[in-house]
Design a protein around this ligand. Structure first.
Ligand SMILES: *Cc1c(COP(=O)(O)O)cnc(C)c1O
Length: 234
């Protein structure tokens, strides 16, 4: 067995155990395997081990890699998880099923425009700033609410909002990490209550170092790179 398939097996086991500990339903947490900085061959190894959902944070790198993988007949799903410039949206919409790193209304408008052009419906998550040293994400709750309201009014017919994403602060203080996940869950609960026509059920939170805490706090998606593919350069 390759180390990638062994790592995947071990992570899936730990996810199932964390679900149990948190009295969560089995398989209520999806694994996004973050393959940034790792080559197409590593992704294909993971696919052969049964992993079909991947995450990338740079659109150009992702497009080259996943075009290559799809050209040889594999059909993995891809989430874009890194901060996105407007001029990369067209390519992001083409290659991804979900853009997790949506942090401003301007981006939502551009995603709608590009998705409409190719008649594709794309899922999005609202990225929220919950940790002191992370810079990404909506910082104004007013702008976030505005975005969610526009979605609920049907302003973006090619966009399906599914929930929220965050990155915990980079710290060894697990109480700060937990606090950031709880903040995201509370925000989800509030907006789900205020906008019942939307299905904002997804909470994408937790990475290699903190995913078990995230699952305890309600994560439905964990994004794990290093623990599957090993250390990356860059
Ligand atoms: C790189 C990255 C991850 C994965 O991080 P690891 O620590 O390697 O598991 C998760 N989320 C985002 C947004 C990332 O950029």
């Amino acid at each position: 067995m390759s180390s990638i398939s062994e790592n995947l097996k071990s992570i899936q086991n730990k996810i199932r155990l964390a679900e149990k500990r948190a009295f969560r339903a089995e398989n209520s947490v999806a694994l996004v395997a973050v393959s940034k900085f790792h080559p197409a061959e590593s992704v294909i190894e993971a696919i052969k081990a049964g992993q079909f959902l991947f995450g990338e944070n740079r659109v150009q790198e992702a497009a080259a890699k996943f075009d290559e993988i799809r050209a040889v007949g594999y059909q993995p799903n891809l989430h874009i998880i890194g901060s996105l410039q407007r001029n990369k949206v067209k390519e992001a919409v083409r290659i991804a099923t979900c853009i997790e790193s949506v942090d401003r209304i301007e981006l939502i408008e551009e995603i709608e425009k590009q998705a409409a052009k190719i008649n594709k419906t794309i899922e999005i998550l609202f990225e929220i700033h919950t940790g002191e040293d992370s810079k990404a994400g909506f910082t104004s709750e007013e702008e976030l609410e505005n975005a969610i309201k526009l979605c609920s009014q049907g302003a973006f017919p090619h966009i399906c909002p599914r929930g929220f994403m965050t990155m915990a602060p980079f710290t060894s203080d697990t109480s700060l990490i937990r606090k950031s996940f709880v903040t995201l869950r509370n925000l989800r609960d509030k907006f789900q209550q205020d906008y019942p026509s939307l299905k904002l059920s997804e909470l994408s939170m937790g990475m290699s170092g903190d995913y078990e805490i995230a699952i305890e706090e309600g994560a439905t998606i964990v994004r794990i790179g290093t623990a599957i593919f090993g250390e990356r350069q860059g």
